[in-house]
Ligand binder design. Structure first.
Ligand SMILES: Nc1ncnc2c1ncn2[C@@H]1O[C@H](COP(=O)(O)OP(=O)(O)OP(=O)(O)O)[C@@H](O)[C@H]1O
Ligand SMILES: [Mg+2]
Length: 499
């Protein structure tokens, strides 16, 4: 007899207006199991997670937890019933402390004589953080002052504190550094060992194959397969996801033998800023310059410095060897584009349409004088939204309605539509499915052919090696090594200079 499912969902449908995000979806998750959930961008993974964790209501269908009908009324109720979730986008609430985030909606337990016992809540928060292996974040800290990654760790603490039966992790690994990932994986194992279950969403097939016991595959809102661990095979998973064969190697195939142009288009000269100490890097015309290291090595800051959004304390950033990149406004005007790792906060206006987002930096180019030509605006948005294959009913919908990966495509479309000549890409394929990833790599290659220069900041070594002409590694804010594609680069060589 097969064991009883801990959680079951049957005939789940979810419509958003004309969009059918889920169609007759079903899933069973067993105790002591880490079940993966994979599917292309917009296939319905986050929608299903939102339904299971009480954020959304299904249009149709039923769910059962330990064989009892399970109908959550909001996320706090779902948590009380035994299902908690870490969301794909930022899930913490700005303007309040770490402790207030961990116990949001559950403050009543700290009520004492009509007052909140803040001291006790802070103490309990410290325990909650320690329980997941996080020290060094004070409970009374305002959440806004924390990094994107630390905020994710706060979400982990909150969702684990509830001691869930089913713990849902939606596309979280890509927001974490290597050490953050280790925390997450250890917690997943702990959850499993305690007889609980995990539903783990990721676009990384290797990670899924490594961490999961079983896998559910979605395509366009429909269940396509359930695989057991011994049935895992990357090509099979890919083709079940996208309905066509996709070869495993989608990086550049040349070995950089053409070399790099001598012309320097963007340069950080002896820059110190925060963590960065006396960093000098030069980006050449048509070059893909990879920048890597451990997450806190300063690479994300370096990207911001080169875009003018962090001012160097010492040194300067120069375009074409002469003009100082003084701020972001100057940078955008001079066709430097920046794609942030923290998409929702720094790269996108979520409650504006796809059209407005794509065309925002280009409005002045479309109609230099007088009111903006709405026809041209629409044309530009349409062209780039189609080129990037943004999945949405129209370019007029708000970006809040898009899946995570489709938001990323909008951000890319915005900068490409602006005809930027220098692109600073911080983790450009974060949260992007394999099919679209292949398209983005192809696009990066095409842009290189057109003479566009790119800085590719990435935490994924295969991506850096696969795409870069040159890789610069940082450690503790200093350059520790430079590698040339034409001389052959291996992960071992890089790791040696990273750690
Ligand atoms: N609030 C909403 N309003 C309208 N459409 C929505 C809304 N939320 C999601 N959708 C649509 O539902 C579909 C499924 O989206 P969902 O976010 O579940 O995808 P996903 O599989 O999580 O994708 P990704 O890998 O990009 O995160 C998409 O077409 C998306 O645009
Ligand atoms: Mg999603």
């Amino acid at each position: 007899m097969s064991p009883k499912a801990l959680f079951r969902a049957e005939h789940i449908y979810k419509n958003f207006g004309v969009v059918q995000a889920l169609k007759d979806f079903e899933i069973e998750i067993y105790p002591g199991e880490i079940r993966g959930l994979i599917g292309e961008n917009g296939s319905g993974k986050s929608t299903f997670s939102a339904i299971a964790s009480g954020t959304l209501k299904a249009s149709e269908g039923a769910m059962f937890l330990e064989d009892e009908p399970y109908i959550p009324h909001g996320t706090v109720d779902a948590m009380d019933k035994g299902i908690s979730m870490v969301v794909q986008e930022q899930g913490t609430i700005a303007g309040i402390t770490v402790a207030a985030n961990v116990f949001f909606g559950k403050e009543a337990q700290f009520a004492k004589h009509g007052f909140m016992d803040i001291r006790k809540m802070n103490e309990e928060t410290k325990n909650a953080l320690e329980a997941i292996g996080v020290t060094g974040i004070a409970p009374q800290t305002l959440i806004d002052t924390l990094s994107f990654e630390d905020r994710k760790l706060i979400e982990l603490a909150r969702s684990m504190y509830a001691k869930p039966k089913l713990w849902i992790i939606d596309e979280t690994t890509t927001a974490l550094s290597i050490s953050g990932r280790e925390i997450l994986y250890a917690l997943m194992e702990r959850q499993k060992a305690a007889g609980g279950s995990v539903l783990f969403i990721s676009h990384d097939i290797d990670e899924i194959m490594d961490k999961c016991d079983s896998l559910t595959i979605l395509r366009d809102g429909t269940l396509t397969a359930n695989l057991k661990k011994n049935e895992f095979d990357p090509d099979r998973i890919r083709s079940l996801m996208i309905g066509r064969e996709l070869s495993g190697n989608y990086y550049r195939s040349d070995s950089g033998e053409k070399g790099i142009s001598d012309e320097v288009v963007l340069e950080a000269r002896n820059v110190s800023a925060g963590l960065l100490k006396n960093v000098s890097v030069q980006l050449h015309r048509g070059e893909i310059l990879g920048i890597g290291g451990l997450s806190d090595c300063g690479m994300h800051e370096l990207g911001k410095v080169m875009f003018g959004s962090i001012k160097p304390e010492n040194g300067q950033v120069l375009k074409d060897g002469k003009d100082i990149v003084k701020d972001t406004r100057w940078a955008v005007k001079n066709r430097i584009a920046y794609l942030s790792k923290n998409r929702d906060q720094e790269s996108l206006m979520p409650i504006c349409s796809i059209k407005d987002n794509i065309t925002l930096p280009s409005l002045k180019d479309l109609t230099p004088v007088g009111p903006v030509s709405l026809r041209k605006q629409k044309e530009l948005a349409k062209t780039w939204s189609e080129k990037m294959d943004v999945k949405a009913p129209s370019i007029d919908v708000f970006c809040t309605t898009l899946s995570g990966g489709n938001k990323q495509k909008v951000v890319l479309a915005k900068w490409l539509g602006k005809k930027s000549t220098i692109l600073i890409l911080d983790c450009p394929t974060r949260g992007i499915d394999v099919g679209t990833k292949a398209n983005i790599y192809q696009l990066i290659e095409d842009l290189k052919e057109q003479g566009i220069s790119m800085i590719l900041i990435s935490e994924e070594l295969p991506e850096l090696i696969g795409m870069s002409d040159r890789i610069i590694l940082l450690k503790n804010g200093e350059v520790t090594g430079t590698f040339l594609r034409s001389e052959g680069i291996t992960e071992e060589k890089l790791i040696h200079k990273m750690i």
